[in-house]
Design a protein around this ligand. Sequence first.
Ligand SMILES: C[S@@+](CC[C@H](N)C(=O)[O-])C[C@H]1O[C@@H](n2cnc3c(N)ncnc32)[C@H](O)[C@@H]1O
Length: 251
Amino acid sequence: MTGNAARWDRAADQYVRGEHSKGEELEQLPELVAPRPSDVVLDIGAGAGHTALRLAPLVSRVVVTDPSDGMLRAAADLFAKVGITNARFERARAEDLNFDDGSFDIVTTRLAAHHFEDLEAALGEVARVLKPGGVFFLVDTLAPEDAAIAAYVNEVESLRDPTHVRCYSKREWLDALRQSGLRVEHVGSARKTHDFEPWLARGGADAANQARTRERFLQASDAAASELEIVVRGGQVESFTDLKLVLTARR
Ligand SMILES: C[S@@+](CC[C@H](N)C(=O)[O-])C[C@H]1O[C@@H](n2cnc3c(N)ncnc32)[C@H](O)[C@@H]1O
């Protein structure tokens, strides 16, 4: 188990229901990756399994991976509850995938890449395990192109979640994917509004860092408050909205 897996083990229940179970990008997923009945899918940083679950009924089998045993158990329970049986659950980090070269038709990762300690290594692994012509589906929180707002987003995300590593801008993602040898085919985005207190609670920060995160939202610059559509009522942060990158790339 990696250092941050214990944080995810504790939080697994909160990822089964709630906002991770839905999203425009999950609706778009089948159309964007065009799964075939013979396809084998790998989901990386699968959490409670919502992304893999969308594809499982449409393909031959899915391999659901995450470094957290608690998350893998939550995902296995969710699959069992809805009677999906073509899935295998394996502990793995994105940076170190224990699979043969060219073994998957589709690789997905949704809302996990900002936790990867080594993005270059992770993208290298995606390119390695994809079959030639295979498709990579990526969703992650976008850092705004404005450097000051991007720094603010990464600051509050790190305060709220000690395992946050970094959100990247669209430009940074396109550069990183190009370097990994993957050919970008579709670049889109999805807006996601977060109820502030449940978002904060899910992050796993201690009480002091939760208080500091609330404070930093209330102190946001006008530019950051407008970019993130921060809603404050009666002196309390109610919600904010960010953009998720929704991208496909082909090996
Ligand atoms: C927000 S959850 C993912 C949500 C999920 N993909 C979905 O569609 O519902 C983030 C996940 O990233 C995982 N994670 C953290 N570090 C990771 C790493 N280095 N490699 C792969 N997954 C990682 C965590 O264990 C956690 O389950």
